[in-house]
Structure formats: structure tokens, C-alpha cells
Design a protein around this ligand. Structure first.
Ligand SMILES: [Zn+2]
Length: 456
């Protein structure tokens, strides 16, 4: 292995200076990449989108390949580093969300434009701009150093926006190709404060549907009231059995297996900036849910599971009828140590006792993922950021949301670290998605510093 100073000496100036010197070419390349539609949900732009991503991987100096698991294919690039150097797997996704109504966009989502220091277009922040920064860092290494300081595999998902349905099976089937020391995924946004951050986990999610059925069609509530049983009552009683009025979940063993935050996690959460009145004010509230009194904002999001009614549908609020069906959607956000199947079975057992005539369907389950915040790689990732920005990043133990991170920590069995590279107001999934140019350029330099740090 070569030390970082020797590797750095191969560059004219710092990675930061080099990236800024070549910014026109970097921006032009990204704009061109963004103009290829790649909407996994509708198929718009496929299969060309896969070829386009493959081309970018090739241009970055990697050996490209496609893994087709039956959905939108995975694009993979690989390049060996020096003997004994660590193998880092970089994860991003080349598919994008649908654009939604085009009239809500200020410019065509697939004709990217540069305006007010930002690039505007679908996929700018989520996720092409982010993995393009990694690919350009690899290309610049190739140009100036003729090789990489670590072994690198780039994995670009073609269906992240539809829940990566084939990713786990495809990675399991090709396990040996992904035998790495560390996964670095770049998605989501930097912290709301604008500070760069390094993250270490996500909550999982179990999605359920409860359904009660009654008469074969909606009935006149006078002609059939007290004759036909009402599925809406059955459903709300089933739902009410899941939580007491104070918000405590009544499913037996609901919390079993949960791994609480470590002291290092708690300290990291305590160090994160938070303007709670502002956060609550923004959503029209003044208090947090009293069911979790005594827990901090971040502990609520990362250390506790949820049980959320997403919606209830039955009958009609304007007509005097007995509905024929009643349905509720529920999601349970799982924390580390929670097995989705075990939680599902506990909820099913609860409903068998309390509402045996309500049908429970499991719509999907993804485990949580957590990498210890005091792992040996995090200081290197943090240093890569501070070398470019001059500031230490925020260290986030876990997010409240859900990503397929368990595939890396669970199936590949390696640490997985999140390095978000987009501005927090990127408007991902919404109209006028954008990526700030200063973040993109710093991101590219950070990705170069990351390879230097990991390889040294
Ligand atoms: Zn997304």
C-alpha cells in the first residue's frame, strides 16, 4: 500500500483545486447524463438508460457489466487497486422518480439547465449527480495517477425508486463479486443545516393491510341497520386494539429484540444541531407526540419503532349506508435488531385474538440496518470531507427513514456508511429537482479524498 501523501503527490494541486479547474467539463458531462430519462416505475428511457449508465462506468475507467435480476438491471463497474488495499463498494442508483405533472416544472425535467448556481432536472440530486461525482473522482484518478488507491466496485441500482425488488437476490446470487470491506452509499441529502454528514443506519419497514368485509354490497342503513354487521366498526375496533390511548403499543413482544442505541450513538445524536420549535412550527405543531415524552427528537426517530395508520378507507361520509368493506394501511418502522417477519407474526397473533374476522396482509418487509458509529472507517470518511470543506461533518447514527441498507450489512455482512452528496433542498421526487453546483464540485473532490483516505 502507498501512503496518502505519496498518492496525493501525483496530483497537480489538491483534488479540490483539480475539480474546480475542470468544472466546465464535469458540469457538461453531468448535464448530458441527466438528459437520458430513466424512470423505473414507468419504463420511460429504458433500456437506453442502462446502456447510458454502463457507458459512464466505462468512462470512469472501470470494467463494466450488467446484472439482470429480472427487473431494471444493475450496472456494475470494477477496478482492482494495489495488492492489499481495501475493497470499497460504492452504491448509487441510475433510475429516477417519475416527473409528475410537467406544468409544475419551471423547465423540462429531462433538459437539464444551469440557473442560479444549480442544475435543474429530474435525477440531479436523486441520484445521478451523486454517483456521477464518484464516477468523475475515479476518472480523475485514472487520468492523473493511472490507477486507484483501493479496489473499487461501483454498483448502480436500476430500480431503487421502486424499492429495489431484485437487489437482494441478485447480490446474493453474485455474492463473490461484492466481497468487499466497506460499502459507501451516496443518496439522500446533507443535513438540513447545510452541514455535510456521515450516516450509519436506517430504520426498516413492515407494511401491512387490514381488511374487514361485511355485506356483499353497500346497504341502506335504515333498511339493513342492526341486520347487517358493519365492517367499518370491526376495522376501527381492530385498530384500537393495537394501541392504548396513551400511545403504548399493545402487541405482545412488539419491542422484543430491539437493540438500543450505544453510548457513542447517543453522544452523536446530542451533538446534532436541531431547532425543534422551527421543525415543529414547519409542520403546524408546537409539541411532539406525548406518547414518547422523555425521548429526544432523534431518539424517537432512530431508537424506537413506530406503528402508524397511514390511511383508512370505507363507505362514504355523505350517504347513509352500511359499507361493504373497510381497509386500513399500516406501516411499522423497525429499529435495529427487529426482524420484520417476527414482528409481522406478533401482529398477526394479536389480531387472531382481538379481531379474528379482520384479514391481515403483509405488503412488504425490510429490516433496519446499523453500522457502529465507532467503526474504523468513519474517521477516514470524515477526514475526506473536512479536507475539502474545512469543516468536520456531522455524524448521524441512524435515519428515521428506510433504505435497502440491510442488504449490505445483512447479506454482504460489511459496514455500510452513508455519504449524502446533495443539498438538502434538492426537491427530490418533487418538481424542480436540483443540485447545487458548489455541492457537486465539493462532492467530486470529497470522493477523490475518500479514495485517498481509504487507500492509505
Ligand atoms: Zn429517490
Amino acid at each position: 500500500m502507498t501512503d496518502a501523501a505519496t498518492l496525493r503527490a501525483q496530483f497537480p494541486g489538491t483534488p479540490h483545486a483539480l475539480v474546480h479547474e475542470r468544472q466546465d467539463e464535469l458540469l457538461a458531462g453531468l448535464m448530458e447524463y441527466l438528459s437520458q430519462p430513466s424512470v423505473s416505475a414507468t419504463g420511460e428511457g429504458f433500456p437506453d438508460a442502462t446502456d447510458r449508465a454502463l457507458e459512464e462506468v466505462k468512462r470512469a475507467g472501470l470494467t463494466p457489466s450488467v446484472l439482470d435480476g429480472g427487473g431494471r438491471p444493475l450496472v456494475v463497474g470494477h477496478r482492482a487497486g494495489p495488492e492489499g488495499a481495501p475493497h470499497v463498494l460504492i452504491y448509487g442508483h441510475y433510475d429516477v422518480q417519475p416527473t409528475g405533472p410537467r406544468e409544475l416544472w419551471d423547465s423540462d425535467p429531462f433538459v437539464p439547465v444551469l440557473r442560479d448556481g444549480r442544475i435543474w432536472g429530474r435525477g440531479t440530486g436523486d441520484n445521478k449527480g451523486q454517483h456521477y461525482a464518484h464516477l468523475q473522482a475515479l476518472r480523475l484518478f485514472d487520468t492523473y495517477a493511472g490507477g486507484l488507491p483501493c479496489t473499487v466496485t461501483v454498483l448502480l441500482d436500476g430500480e431503487e425508486e421502486i424499492g429495489s425488488p431484485t437487489l437482494a437476490d441478485t447480490l446474493s446470487a453474485h455474492r463473490e463479486r461484492f466481497d468487499c470491506d466497506l460499502v459507501v452509499w451516496s443518496d439522500r441529502s446533507v443535513h438540513e443545516s447545510g452541514e455535510w454528514c456521515v450516516s450509519h443506519g436506517v430504520r426498516g419497514m413492515l407494511r401491512l393491510r387490514l381488511r374487514a368485509t361485511g355485506p356483499s354490497r353497500p346497504l341502506h342503513s335504515g333498511n339493513f341497520g342492526n341486520v347487517a354487521p358493519n365492517p367499518a366498526w370491526r376495522l376501527v375496533q381492530a385498530l384500537a386494539s393495537l394501541k392504548d390511548p396513551s400511545g403504548r403499543v399493545l402487541v405482545e413482544g412488539f419491542d422484543d429484540g430491539r437493540e438500543p442505541l450505544s453510548d457513542a450513538d447517543r453522544a452523536a445524536f446530542a451533538a446534532l444541531p436541531l431547532d425543534l420549535p422551527e421543525v415543529l412550527g414547519d409542520i403546524g405543531l408546537t409539541e411532539m407526540d406525548p406518547a414518547f415524552d422523555g425521548l429526544s427528537f432523534y431518539e424517537r426517530l432512530a431508537d424506537r419503532p413506530t406503528l402508524t395508520i397511514n390511511g383508512i378507507t370505507s363507505g362514504d361520509t355523505c350517504r347513509t349506508i352500511i359499507p361493504d368493506t373497510a381497509e386500513a394501511g399500516i406501516d411499522i418502522r423497525l429499529t435495529a435488531g427487529h426482524d420484520p417477519q417476527a414482528v409481522f407474526e406478533r401482529v398477526a397473533a394479536h389480531l387472531r385474538t382481538h379481531a379474528p374476522d379482520v384479514t391481515l396482509t403483509k405488503l412488504g418487509g425490510v429490516p433496519a440496518s446499523r453500522t457502529p458509529i465507532d467503526n474504523p472507517h468513519t474517521p477516514k470518511v470524515a477526514r475526506a470531507i473536512s479536507r475539502v470543506t474545512g469543516r468536520d461533518p456531522l455524524l448521524i447514527p441512524a435515519y428515521g427513514g428506510t433504505l435497502p441498507d440491510w442488504i449490505f450489512t445483512g447479506i454482504l455482512g460489511v459496514p455500510s456508511i452513508g455519504l449524502p452528496l446533495a443539498n438538502h433542498d434538492q426537491a427530490n421526487h418533487a418538481p424542480n429537482e436540483n443540485l447545487r453546483v458548489d455541492y457537486f464540485l465539493d462532492a467530486t473532490a470529497i470522493c477523490m479524498e475518500l479514495l485517498l483516505e481509504l487507500g492509505s
